[in-house]
Design a protein around this ligand. Structure first.
Ligand SMILES: *[C@@H]1O[C@H](CO)[C@@H](O)[C@H](O)[C@H]1NC(C)=O
Ligand SMILES: *[C@@H]1O[C@H](CO)[C@@H](O)[C@H](O)[C@H]1NC(C)=O
Length: 560
């Protein structure tokens, strides 16, 4: 259901009123906390295969659903494809050098399932060149003292699995994923200790099977996404058990999952209905996957709401599938840690008007999400601390890695001086530190992302990177932004030593970016010079040689 103008206007009024009525969070939220992270805290950046690699049909890689979707112009940014993206497939050494420059202790990246298994099916054969590519990347990281954190599946499903089996709608996908995961454990597990099975599966199924904005582009309102998620949870479970029973003894690694969710702040914290709506938001967003994996079943709020609505809609069974007793036992406890992705905060109010037409994920939640029109550029950093607390109390105090956190720039042009991102980063990381002081077991922080990359249905219109990528140039040059400099200092210091020190980083970061901006501005001139040396000089040179040869021939002829 798309929000109507009436609803939007109503929402805006409600928000204006609500923000007046609520406080801006507890007072300690506003103060900055100077201090260090625990020793051995892991600092990293993230990326994913489809968004960065390019080389979409090289070296026997099979097509993914994203290749098919973008190449047929079905994205919201038609014409933007990831055929080359950051060209990271050919620039691994360059990327690893940037990671060394940042000084991070881990790098989170994903394996492309169709690059390793072109048809998606293990029995159909492994692509040795794909294997070699990831093996080399892992070795290069280890040689640089950087821990690889590997996502098995970040949205780029092999197209044949979609075409032949209907993708995640089909229960047989769970075993196919298990076989793929098992292959990865076997091939890379001697060197990889930290695994994530899936990355943000909620967005994958919501956009793929409900809104249709992502492949496979289906709009199976209020049904398809629940079925897909059900199979994904089973796939995760099988992969975890495969690791636990076959590989853990030898490899001693950890297998988790990365789940992304906004924090939901009740619009009016004094209104019990808004409070309940905000909690419901979190259960539909995070609990949908974390509930089964950590506690054995879907959250009560989901079972109740979807069940009730299904009855009202005249259905015999709930649109939310159910796990059997036996399945619950198998699923419960299948994460050695929680990977938590978080980008922003939403204000949430209970919805008090009738639902729209037909069933939908939005309708099932029975709430209204509101964006703050005065949204501060640096976000609402306290949201991450509250979300970490929620995860700690709901899911039995698991070890947590912040697996994604960042902010995009919505412009195609180069702005290396991203002071607003520096402020976002400083604020959010500080709230993670506060959560650790509160007792949440946060083990690492991963900023999203290393490079500006292909942003799914947004194409190249959003830039999340520490490094600006010039997508107009064939060599895809990378330039550090101010935030890269700031992050590097924070990682080096393992936290925030003092106001004076942090203030100094801020100034240095801005100085460094103004120098880099000048270099970038000179880029057209440089590539012009490059063209002169690469094309004009050889061409002129060849012509001279030819001319000389002709003259020589003429001279020789004369002599005879
Ligand atoms: C699911 O996959 C199997 C093959 O494993 C296929 O025979 C079946 O038709 C598929 N079911 C659906 C609903 O697509
Ligand atoms: C994981 O493997 C260990 C060792 O084989 C076993 O004792 C344990 O029961 C397994 N855990 C689960 C939940 O199956």
């Amino acid at each position: 259901m798309r929000p109507t103008w009436g609803a939007a206007l109503w929402g805006a009024l409600l928000l204006a009123w609500g923000l007046r009525a609520t406080r801006k969070g507890p007072p300690e939220d506003g103060t900055f906390y100077y201090g260090s992270f625990p020793q051995g805290f892991s600092w990293g950046v993230g990326s994913s295969a489809f968004q960065t690699e390019g080389a979409w049909e090289q070296d026997s890689k099979g097509p993914s659903v994203w290749d098919t979707f973008t190449l047929s112009g079905r994205g919201r940014a038609p014409g933007d494809t990831a055929e080359v993206a950051c060209d990271s497939y050919h620039r691994v050494q360059e990327d690893v050098a940037l990671l060394r420059e940042l000084g991070v202790t881990h790098y989170r990246f994903s394996l492309s399932w169709p690059r390793l298994l072109p048809t998606g099916v293990r029995a159909d054969g492994l692509n040795q060149k794909g294997l070699r590519f990831y093996s080399d990347l892992i070795d290069a990281l280890l040689q640089s003292n950087i821990t690889p954190v590997v996502t098995l599946h970040h949205w780029d499903l092999p197209q044949p699995l979609q075409a032949r089996w209907g993708g995640w709608q089909n229960a047989s996908m769970a075993a196919l994923f298990r076989d793929y995961a098992d292959l990865c454990f076997q091939a890379f597990g001697d060197r990889v200790r930290l695994w994530l099975t899936f990355a943000d599966p909620r967005t994958m199924v919501e956009e793929g099977y409900e809104t249709g904005r992502h492949p496979p582009g289906l709009q199976l309102q209020g049904t398809g996404l629940y079925v897909a998620a059900h199979h994904i949870i089973k796939a995760h479970t099988l992969a975890w058990h495969s690791y636990n029973s076959t590989w853990r003894g030898r490899q001693r690694g950890l297998v988790g999952i990365s789940l992304s969710c906004s924090w939901a702040e009740p619009l009016d914290a004094g209104d019990p209905e808004d409070l309940e709506a905000a909690e419901r938001f979190l259960h539909f967003c995070l609990g949908w996957f974390a509930g089964p994996i950590f506690t054995g079943d879907y959250p009560q709020a989901m079972k109740q709401n979807i069940g009730r609505k299904s009855v009202e809609q005249g259905l015999e069974r709930s649109r939310l599938p159910a796990f059997s007793r036996q399945e619950q036992g198998l699923i419960r406890g299948t994460a050695d840690f929680l990977g938590l992705g978080h980008f922003t905060t939403r204000y949430v109010a209970a919805r008090s008007w009738p639902a729209g037409q037909g069933p939908s994920y939005r309708d099932d939640q029975g709430l209204q999400e509101l964006a703050d029109p005065r949204w501060p550029a640096a976000g609402y950093p306290w949201g991450i601390r509250r979300l970490l607390h929620f995860a700690q109390t709901q899911y039995g105090d698991p070890p947590i890695y912040v697996s994604e956190n960042g902010v995009p720039q919505r412009t195609a042009c180069a702005q290396l001086c991203d002071e607003w991102r520096v402020r976002y980063l400083r604020g959010y990381v500080n709230e993670v530190l506060k959560a650790i002081k509160d007792g949440v077991r946060v083990r690492g922080y991963t900023c999203w992302s290393l490079l500006d990359q292909f942003e799914w249905d947004r194409g190249y219109a959003e830039r999340y990177g520490f490094y600006f990528v010039d997508f107009a140039s064939t060599v895809r040059p990378r330039y550090p932004k101010a935030s890269a400099h700031f992050y590097k200092r924070m990682v080096q210091a393992n936290g925030f030593p003092s106001a004076q020190e942090v203030g100094r980083w801020h100034l240095q970061a801005l100085e460094s970016c103004s120098i880099n901006s000048q270099m970038l501005a000179a880029e057209p001139l440089r590539s012009h010079m490059q063209m002169v040396t690469e094309i004009v000089v050889p061409t002129v040179g060849t012509l001279c040689v030819l001319l000389a040869a002709v003259l020589l021939a003429v001279l020789l002829r004369r002599r005879c």
